[in-house]
Design a protein around this ligand. Structure first.
Ligand code: XMP
Length: 333
């Protein structure tokens, strides 16, 4: 793919020139393809003057934080700090049920932690030769994000506040005078994947389904208690592994197991018990603006349901969400 390899070289040269010889750059990473590719590109351009920060909000997938850390540092050579914010996030979400409030709390705390990290990195750099101020902030915004955030601007058009478009950088840029680099803002998802391959990002990561910034927080209807997060995580892990084993992962654009926190009656042994309701989601889409539910074979769904109810404590019922977008959305909240 000659055009992507020349894009890659040009972008690296552009970043180098833009940042100059001493300034430092920070960028949030999530383990998803966009932020990883952006971080790798930055590392190619300016090495250790780029600092990736992964905020563990306690709402990531099972074992994901550890995996992301290994991939980024050991495999891709990116300078990374992991901040464990899980307690802060879950404490702040205590008692909060309303979807937009959950999103605002998660997005707000994320910025707080990020600001703390920017200050810390700058302090540390005081003693490093050739390491100047933290001047730049990287975002892995794609072309469709740019479009969707623009169409989200009108009050009637506001469907959800996506926390990595719009809200996040504005406050940081005003407060700390950070300037924004968006190396992927002209690219579509498939082009970012191509760029990732060029940069040597592992295939599994390149093909990874998207994951929302607020994570499991928007996949639980109602309050996100630690127990509910545990349940949603375990159910999701089983479901995604079964999708992989069935060879369906790459055919599906995005899949997850979410949780309805109403409880339904189930039977265990000869006893009646109350458990949460799992809502499985799997969609096919090219642009994530419209989407169709994936037409699973009923037998596959039955097997998923049996395994989830048997293996995850606290679930009594499994459903499959067949709603298209629109009128539905991909996430639950
Ligand atoms: P919806 O639920 O709006 O999701 O149909 C469309 C796509 O956007 C992702 N999504 C988010 N991504 N921060 C993100 O980084 C967010 O706050 C957010 N909300 C939704 C969602 O996973 C899907 O791919």
């Amino acid at each position: 793919h000659w055009s992507m390899s020349s894009f890659c070289d040009q972008e690296i040269a552009r970043i180098r020139a833009l940042v100059g010889p001493t300034a430092q750059v920070i960028g949030a990473v999530s383990g998803g393809v966009d932020s990883t590719v952006a971080a790798k590109l930055m590392t190619e351009a300016i090495g250790d003057r780029f600092h990736a920060v992964l905020v563990d909000n306690g709402l990531m997938r099972l074992n994901e934080c550890q995996q992301v850390k290994e991939t980024l540092t050991e495999h891709l050579g990116i300078s990374l700090t992991v901040v464990d914010g899980s307690k802060r996030f879950l404490d702040a979400l205590k008692g909060v049920e309303e979807p937009e409030r959950k999103r605002k709390i998660i997005g707000g705390l994320f910025i707080d932690i990020f600001e703390e990290e920017a200050i810390r990195i700058e302090k540390e750099a005081e003693h490093t030769p050739n390491a100047g101020k933290v001047v730049w902030f990287v975002q892995g915004t794609l072309y469709p994000d740019v479009i969707e955030s623009i169409s989200f601007k009108g009050p009637s058009a506001t469907i959800k506040t996506h926390h990595n478009v719009g809200g996040l950088p504005e406050r940081m840029m005003n407060g700390q005078g950070l300037r924004l680099i968006e190396p992927l803002r002209e690219l579509f998802k498939d082009e970012v994947r191509e760029l990732g391959r060029q940069l040597g990002v592992h295939r599994d990561l390149v093909m990874r389904h998207p994951f929302p910034g607020p994570g499991i927080g928007v996949r639980i209807i109602g309050e996100c208690t630690p127990e509910r997060v545990r349940i949603a995580r375990e159910a999701d892990h089983i479901y995604i592994n079964m999708i992989r084993e069935a060879g369906l992962y790459d055919e599906i654009s995005q899949a997850y197991a979410g949780l309805d926190t109403n409880q339904a009656v189930g039977v265990m042994g000869d006893k009646r018990y109350m458990g949460y309701i799992v809502i499985l989601r799997a969609v096919v889409t090219t642009d994530f603006m419209t989407a169709e539910a994936y037409p699973f074979d009923m037998k596959f769904l039955n097997k998923v349901a049996v395994r989830i109810v048997n293996e995850v404590e606290g679930i009594s019922l499994v459903t499959y969400n067949v709603t298209s977008k629109p009128p539905g959305t991909i996430e639950l909240q």
